[in-house]
Design a protein around this ligand. Structure first.
Ligand code: MG
Length: 279
């Protein structure tokens, strides 16, 4: 028995030895490539003036020049008319309520409205208010929305003491991005949304080569931080990435007596950031 045990041990050791073969060296996955800023790879300047540039000169913008909107903004709604807007379903005149206080209110079950003009990358300012008189619960309490490029919804909802799914709450990119915070003012008071939107970029084959992004300040609080747009806003199903060009800004009639109001809407079309004229 003792002999047999020794024999088995020797055989096991030999088998073990056979398994221990040195594997060929493989390249290890080192993760993403390090970022190298080629424009700074030349000879290191030795004087401060060498890295101080006076061109290109940024344009001067007068803030608050147009009843609160910057001088270079396109005012989309100043409370006096719907000239910049049409009904989304048939491009006819807007039938939502135009209020004496300089706001507009969703007219229930009439459909969405949208800007006549199409936009790409923008800075958008828009103020909204849910009605002080609370009705209904969850997604049916003062639900509206601001659609960028006519297809990506920034949710508008009265979430005060009214929980719902977090990727559909106020400040969400509906169904795809939970907000970083809920920053609503009390129900019945005016909220402000400030949006920085960069449209996705598609190649000639219709493939997305750069995702769009949304940054959202809700009453001055950052609630979406350069959030990557996954695709279209879908109530049921995954977001879709179909190619598109510029599109309208669209405001939602959720069709359940939201009574949401909007005011002070302006937009600035964004240009690519200037580059330093490095040698
Ligand atoms: Mg909505």
């Amino acid at each position: 028995m003792k002999y047999l045990t020794m024999l088995l041990s020797v055989l096991a050791f030999t088998a073990c030895q056979e398994k221990v073969e040195v594997a060929p060296m493989e390249a290890k996955d080192t993760g993403p490539e390090p970022i190298i800023h080629e424009e700074y790879s030349g000879e290191n300047p030795t004087e401060p003036e060498a890295t101080e540039f006076y061109e290109p000169v940024p344009p001067t913008v007068q803030p608050y020049a147009q009843n609160g909107a910057p001088s270079d903004a396109i005012v989309l709604f100043d409370g006096t008319n719907f000239d910049q807007w049409v009904m989304s379903n048939d491009s006819t005149e807007v039938v939502w309520h135009l209020n004496k206080d300089g706001s507009m209110t969703v007219k229930d079950k009439t459909g969405n409205i949208q800007t006549k003009q199409n936009f790409g990358d923008i800075q958008l300012h828009i103020e909204w208010r849910s009605p002080a008189e609370v009705q209904q619960e969850g997604q049916h309490r003062a639900n509206s929305g601001v659609f960028l490029d006519g297809r990506y919804e920034v949710q508008v909802l009265d979430n005060n003491d009214n929980p719902t799914y977090v990727n559909g709450q106020v400040g969400s990119i509906y169904k795809t991005h939970i907000p970083l915070a809920k920053a609503s003012v009390p129900t019945g008071e005016w909220n402000a949304y400030d949006v920085i939107y960069h449209a996705p970029v598609f190649n000639d084959q219709g493939q997305k080569i750069q995702s769009g992004t949304i940054t959202l300040l809700h009453n001055g609080v950052l609630v979406q931080d350069d959030a990557e747009i996954k695709g279209t806003t879908e109530y049921i199903g995954w977001p879709k990435n179909d190619p598109h060009g510029k599109g309208p800004i669209m405001l939602q009639d959720h069709g359940d007596n939201s009574r949401v109001s909007y005011r002070n809407i302006w937009v600035r079309e964004l240009k690519p950031a200037p580059k330093l004229p490095l040698p």
